[in-house]
Design a binder for this molecule. Structure first.
Ligand code: NAD
Ligand code: DAU
Length: 339
């Protein structure tokens, strides 16, 4: 099988490529990535010399460039991870989110129609469902939960999902969609909660917790997400949506405290800052469908995954120091100074 993995130089995409090339060494994997601030070829060092791996620096918004790659490679399966993925950035600059996440998705699906593929898989998010109240622990997102996005990021992902559904129904494009909860693990860009707190704590910098820190996220180790996607593209039913999550809800503040403790730092570093605009309160996925239909279950417990992740960041300081010492400093200043 020949796969095109878009956004394969980012956090989840690179973890997926590393996972699938080990699990299915006979497959050919093509990474198509524009290498935005979030894309990093260092993430793919372990596969770059594999003869079954190819990399193209290309933007999914560039129709001509994307078509050329499809024409040359004739892929069987497309997995679209490519996206602008950070909610805070979508609040300061929504435009690029619509361009990449919506129009880029359309270009990819048009290429699929033109050249013919066996499967188009859209990597979506639980954020398309909006949020759940903190005082209703009995409520979960199912695949039937109506779309109700809160941020420009989640609105762009929801729009893309609607477009995927429309291309399936109108043109018969063989599509699947997965909607996953918050991922954590190696190679996550340090703008996101867990790596940001690790890198700040290591530098004895304040740990900026939004609002009162009581917002809830449902955390999943990235490899479990990768395994779920791999199952969906091989055994999932065309036209279906699959929720992915491991029933692991945590308050943000508790995650920050775990990190502080693991690194032997003081809780005095924790600083409550102005809340994110439109901040979703709680996400919680009901993964019954993917469990019943495809037999997927998360394998990594949070208590193990978080320690493994912290250790990875300690063992790979060069990887994130290179990032936080570069352009990231301007980003950090803009987002956190005077917050
Ligand atoms: P990321 O920001 O780490 O990586 C995104 C990748 O896409 C980067 O390599 C970047 O260079 C590439 N990219 C961006 N714009 C592009 C363009 N126009 N053309 C080609 N490549 C482009 O993101 P991530 O956290 O790995 O998320 C991957 C996907 O998974 C996204 O679609 C996101 O919405 C979804 N998702 C993420 C999470 C999470 O917790 N991180 C959870 C559920 C779903
Ligand atoms: O739920 C899936 C989504 O998870 C994905 O679709 C997104 O791509 C991904 O970025 C993530 O979105 P979140 O907004 O939940 O992730 P983030 O790491 O930005 O924030 C997690 C929580 O931590 C959130 O409640 C905001 C809070 N937070 C975040 C940062 C960066 C802080 O309190 N302080 C911070 O500095």
């Amino acid at each position: 099988m020949k796969l095109i993995v878009t956004g394969g130089a980012g956090f989840i995409g690179s973890n997926y490529i590393i996972y699938t090339m080990k699990a299915h060494p006979e497959d050919q994997v093509i990474c198509l990535d524009a290498l935005t601030y979030a894309g990093n070829l260092e993430n793919l060092k372990s596969v770059e010399n594999n003869p079954n791996f190819t990399f193209y620096k290309e933007d999914i918004r560039n129709r001509e460039g994307v078509y050329k790659i499809f024409e040359k490679e004739k892929p069987d399966v497309i997995i679209n991870f490519a996206a602008e993925s950070h909610v805070d950035r979508s609040i300061t600059n929504p435009q690029i989110f619509v361009e990449t996440n919506v129009l880029g998705t359309q270009v990819l699906m048009d290429a699929c129609r033109k050249y013919g593929i066996k499967r188009y898989h859209q990597v979506s998010t639980d954020e398309v469902y909006g949020d759940l109240p903190l005082d209703r622990p009995d409520l979960f997102f199912t695949e039937q939960t109506p779309i109700h996005a809160s941020s420009p990021y989640s609105a762009s992902k929801a729009s893309a999902d609607l477009l995927v559904g429309a291309y399936h129904r109108t043109f018969g494009l063989p599509c699947t969609i997965s909607r996953c909860s918050n991922n954590y693990g190696p190679y996550q860009f340090p703008e996101k909660l867990i790596p940001l707190m690790i890198s700040n704590a290591e530098h004895d910098k304040p740990l900026p917790v939004y609002g009162n820190g009581m917002n809830v996220r449902d955390w999943l180790y990235v490899e479990d997400h990768c395994k779920a996607i791999d199952l969906i593209i091989r055994k999932g039913t065309v036209g279906e949506i699959y929720n992915i999550g491991g029933h692991n809800e945590m308050h943000n503040i508790d995650i920050v405290k775990i990190i502080v403790k693991a690194l032997g730092k003081s809780e005095d570093l924790i600083t409550y800052v102005k809340d994110r605009a439109g901040h979703d309160r709680r996400y919680a996925i009901d993964p019954t469908k993917i469990h019943n239909e495809l037999g997927w279950l998360p394998e990594t417990m949070f208590k193990d995954g978080i320690q493994k992740t912290i250790q990875w960041y300690l063992d790979n300081k060069d990887w994130w120091e290179n990032i936080v010492n570069g352009e990231y400093q301007n980003y950090y200043k803009k987002m956190y100074e005077n917050r």
